[in-house]
Every structure is written in structure tokens, then in C-alpha cells.
Design a protein around this ligand. Structure first.
Ligand SMILES: *Cc1c(COP(=O)(O)O)cnc(C)c1O
Length: 380
């Protein structure tokens, strides 16, 4: 077997994907789904920065039969890779690309009558899922507008294969937020009942995202559209999670020391001379920067990395392709020492939630920006 460790270390920076954690998460999430509910794996934005294709392959092996992406091009990449299962595009596709939707058998979200009419006017048989606005007020037809929704079932050659909505505060245990989510769920249910009473056979129904599933497990659906929980992290620390699931982080982000330097007290480091050594120091350069998805907002001492199981602060400003850390207190660091930016090294861990908190965002944002220049190595 190839020494994948050596391969990884030949890179400047890399993502390590733990596929057994991914599989564990799928099993955990399936365990709490209501009977009849299936996992729709959300693979948009390179599977939240993890790498869409290796994640898709692992999920296929687990018998996942339904996928969601944000754009038609993400869907085409999955099809050309050989994914034969249902692929739903959650976002906008220009109606002029109807032929591709048809040829690649991609399901398209339709969010209002005029969009559906423009798509139907292209004359291609296309599978669609109707987006319903149950209270988030982003995409979708108002749940109260039964006439418009019913009309969509007649827009040949479109074929309605699904109807769905999206929850906007399902990750909160604030009383008013819980009441709001319940209102969204009942508005959606009322619409479904109204369609049935008009003689419409319901297509696939779905409304839960990760926190929708974890906190409103019992709502009956055909699919739960799961993104962030698949990847084993919370959007941020301390979110409401009612279902008792054990999720394990799938991604680690690593790089390595390429240069070390000793500096006397009082020397500047990096752009803008933003950091001045406060003591005689030893500093190390890692070849990973904001163009790799390491947020520039980790500058100014907000971020840390792990080296030989110890924490080293990021000093100065994160550059496009490099970052500099203070290793004065970790004397055994040498050129080639592996640096962990997200993940575990020895007894220390920097969780994606920790890094997201340090730069004032959520893990969904942080992770989905990783990638373009990083290689993805899978471990099983
Ligand atoms: C991104 C997205 C999801 C997945 O959300 P998570 O909170 O990451 O599980 C589900 N549904 C829609 C419509 C989305 O855009």
C-alpha cells in the first residue's frame, strides 16, 4: 500500500478526510430519522469544502440515494463522475440551461410561477421540486398560496417530484424561535393537506436541514437535507441539539513548517509590521494562506495552530499563501514538522467551531471556502 503520509507531506497544505467518521455520522443521522425518511446528502460548495467527489463516493458506498447541490455545474460534475442517483439543485438555474437539466437528469428547484413557466417554455421534460416559503422569506412560493402551488403541478413538460421548505431558526432553543419553527412546520403541513384535498398526489416532501432533523426529528418527511451534520461539526459552539447523536469531525486541515528563524526582541514580523516580537523569539513559516481558505481574520493573534501537540499562536497578518507562527515555546519544531490548523495533534484539538469562533463566523462559511488549492487525502 502506498505511504499516504509521505504523499500528504509532499504537499504544501492538505485536507485530511476521515471517511470512517463520515460513515459514522451517516449511521448516527439515519438512526434518528423518522420512519420512511431518507438522507439527502447536501454536497454543495465542494461538500462544504471537504471535496465533493470523495465524499460522494463514500456516501454511495453507504447506499445514500439522494444528493443536493446548489448549482447546475455542481450537479453535472457529480453526474459525469458517475453518480446515478437523484440530484436536486437547490439554487437558481438559468432556464436557458433546461436542455442540460434534461440531458443530465438533474432535478431543479422552482420557486415561483414565472420561473416555472420560463423553464417549461424551453419544452424539455424536467423533474422539479417546488420550494415553499413557510416563513424564512428567502426562496419559494408562500405556503398560503395554494392556488399557485397547485398550478405548478400542471406545467408540462415539468414533472413535480418534490415539494420542500426551509427552516430558519431550527438551531435555536429560544422559546420564540421554537414557536416560529413550529409555525413554519404547521404552515407547510397545512399546504400539503390543502393540496391533497384538491386531489393532488403528493410528491417527495422535505423540510429538515441538519438542525431541523436534530431538533424536530418527528416531523414526517421523505427526505432530510443534511449538510453540516454530515461533516460532523456544529455550525457554531453551543447550538441547540435535542437528538442525542454522536457526530465526529470529518475534516482536518494541515500544513508543515518550511522555514524557521530566530529573531531578537523588538523585530517586526510580516506585512504592516503588525506584530513586534516581545522577547527573543523563534518563528516558523507555514505555506498556507487566505487563498487556501485560511481566514485573514485570524490575524493579530486570533488564530492558533498545533505543532508537536502544542499550541502556537499565529502572529502578524495571514498572507495570501503563507502564515507565520511563534514557536519559541516549542523548541522541537523543525522544518517539515506537520502543523494542524483544524484537527487533533496529540492531546490538543482545534475544532472547526473554535476557528470559526476566532474569526467571527460559522463553520459552514469557514469550511466551504477551503479547498481550491488544497489536495484532499482520504483516510479510511
Ligand atoms: C444548504 C442547505 C441545506 C443544508 O443545510 P445544513 O444546515 O448544512 O444541514 C438544506 N437545505 C437547503 C435549501 C440549503 O440551501
Amino acid at each position: 500500500m502506498a505511504d499516504t503520509t509521505a504523499i500528504r507531506h509532499a504537499e504544501r497544505a492538505w485536507i485530511e478526510l476521515n471517511l470512517s467518521h463520515l460513515k459514522h455520522n451517516v449511521a448516527e443521522l439515519r438512526r434518528v430519522m423518522a420512519p420512511g425518511c431518507e438522507l439527502m446528502a447536501v454536497l454543495k460548495a465542494e461538500a462544504y469544502g471537504h471535496g465533493m467527489l470523495p465524499v460522494a463516493d463514500a456516501l454511495c458506498e453507504m447506499g445514500v440515494t439522494s444528493y443536493a447541490v446548489a448549482t447546475i455545474d455542481e450537479g453535472i460534475v457529480l453526474r459525469e463522475h458517475g453518480i446515478k442517483e437523484e440530484i436536486l439543485i437547490l439554487g437558481y438555474t438559468d432556464p436557458r440551461r433546461a436542455i442540460e437539466l434534461h440531458n443530465y437528469s438533474l432535478s431543479q428547484t422552482v420557486f415561483d410561477l414565472s420561473y416555472a413557466e420560463a423553464l417549461a417554455a424551453e419544452g424539455k421534460a424536467i423533474s422539479v421540486h417546488i420550494a415553499i416559503d413557510s416563513g424564512m422569506h428567502r426562496l419559494g412560493i408562500a405556503a398560503e398560496d395554494v392556488d399557485a402551488v397547485a398550478l405548478l403541478f400542471t406545467k408540462e413538460p415539468l414533472a413535480v417530484h418534490g415539494i420542500f421548505s426551509h427552516l430558519c431558526v431550527s438551531d435555536s432553543d429560544d422559546e420564540e424561535d421554537i414557536a416560529y419553527t413550529k409555525k413554519q412546520l404547521s404552515a407547510f403541513s397545512a399546504l400539503l393537506d390543502a393540496l391533497v384535498s384538491r386531489g393532488i398526489t403528493l410528491p417527495k416532501v422535505h423540510i429538515q436541514n441538519s438542525y431541523g432533523l436534530l431538533n424536530y426529528t418527528d416531523y414526517p418527511c421523505d427526505y432530510a437535507r443534511i449538510g453540516i451534520s454530515l461533516y460532523g461539526v456544529d455550525s457554531e459552539h453551543g447550538l441547540y441539539r435535542k437528538a442525542n447523536v454522536d457526530l465526529k469531525p470529518v475534516l482536518s486541515l494541515r500544513s508543515k513548517v518550511i522555514q524557521l528563524r530566530s529573531l531578537p526582541k523588538g523585530e517586526p514580523v510580516g506585512y504592516g509590521r503588525a506584530f513586534i516580537t516581545e522577547r527573543d523569539s523563534r518563528i516558523a513559516v507555514l505555506p498556507i494562506g487566505y487563498a487556501d481558505g485560511l481566514p485573514r481574520t485570524l490575524s493579530g493573534g486570533k488564530g492558533q495552530v498545533l505543532l508537536n501537540g502544542k499550541r502556537a499562536p499565529i502572529i502578524g497578518r495571514v498572507c495570501m499563501d503563507q502564515v507565520i507562527v511563534d514557536v519559541t515555546d516549542i523548541p522541537d519544531v523543525v522544518a517539515g514538522t506537520v502543523a494542524t490548523l483544524i484537527g487533533t495533534d496529540g492531546n490538543e484539538t482545534i475544532a472547526a467551531e473554535d476557528m470559526a469562533e476566532a474569526c467571527g463566523t460559522i463553520t459552514n462559511d469557514l469550511l466551504s471556502r477551503l479547498g481550491r488549492r488544497l489536495i484532499v487525502e482520504t483516510i479510511r
